[in-house]
Write a protein that binds this ligand. Sequence first.
Ligand SMILES: C[S@@+](CC[C@H](N)C(=O)[O-])C[C@H]1O[C@@H](n2cnc3c(N)ncnc32)[C@H](O)[C@@H]1O
Length: 393
Amino acid sequence: MTDPAPLLRRMVDDLTSTGVLDPPWREAFLAVPRHAFIPDTIWRQQRRELVPFHRADDPLRWLEMTYAPTQVLITQVDDGNPVGPGLIGDRISSSASQPNVVALMLAALTAEPGMTVCEIGTGTGYNAALLAHRLGAQNVTTIEVDAELATRAGGALAAAGYARVTVVTGDGAHGYPPRAPYDRILSTAAVGQVPSAWVEQTRPGGRVVTPWGTAYLNGALLALTVGEDNTATGRLVDNVAFMWLRDQRLPLTWVRDCVYDEDKALVSHTHIQPSKVTDDYHAALAIGLQVPECEYRFCRAKDDSGEYTVWFLDPSSRSWASIDYAPGAETYEVNQLGPRHLWDEVEAAYTWWVQANSPTSDQWRFTITPTGQHVDLTGTLRREHAPTIAKGA
Ligand SMILES: C[S@@+](CC[C@H](N)C(=O)[O-])C[C@H]1O[C@@H](n2cnc3c(N)ncnc32)[C@H](O)[C@@H]1O
């Protein structure tokens, strides 16, 4: 096998030079052989399909991919049972996150040697190995919902010298009370609702770090500090996209399955250029918070006309909307059908966001209590512009 050492060093140098690797984590990144955690078969996205790539077919390419600083490696599809012929998959169910994202999440965790940590989403075990190297293997608990993945990761951790990591098969939404309280909880799967168990199982003053998102926008990193009274407060500190925690996972939604009776849709027009409600990260975040259960899909015309359609979908209420863009147009046609008028909701949320001086992602304050998650705005907004968005537990 090609010597992985130069590839590993190049990855660490790259993470260092881009400033994403917190210096105290450098030694752990140099010590843990990432390739030892990556399965021989990984998947690559080709259009809508997830196509397997076997190490034996191109060992050097496989090794290079395992040390690419910004490459996510898909390590399981369809919960371990690929739905297509020849192992072709539909949906990503486990991955080794991009090393640069791993590094930024560990920086956000602010963990120190000797602290106890519970990781949700063991996956390959690579992140658990980094934690074990820096904090001490006996201080690391990691929970994986998929038994096969947990067993494989446990083996890889032991082979790499981190046998004392506690690998648990179970639903990480409940944390792992036998080893609580923890100084830190780090989830490597996204949530829309932070489970109250994570707050309950973290020591006062400790930290919970998790990818967070809405149906509209999956793509933020939430860092919370736990208080004395089983509550936690915090804010969004970065922009990351992750697979959902299994229990909070949304069904795969295709436009063709959600859109029906197009000839019966309510037709209207808007001056808002559709890309305004999708392309601005901060706007999309505010829309997602105020328009629950709404996803969107961007469909470009196959010709080079520059035209596109954005579809807004809420499969649970059988509501859909579409807006058509054509270059040079001043108004855009909207079609909507179903109990919810999704475009009207999106437009109202976007208009609110503009009128509220376009709040940025870090202005949303999160409070997690035993009864639920509350998100409201901080900062200089006028009071009448500051909604409180309470979500049930
Ligand atoms: C992005 S991967 C984690 C990557 C991993 N930390 C690593 O270093 O390879 C997310 C993992 O979370 C797991 N997962 C999803 N829902 C879970 C749950 N409710 N409890 C525990 N693990 C869960 C998935 O099976 C998947 O392996």
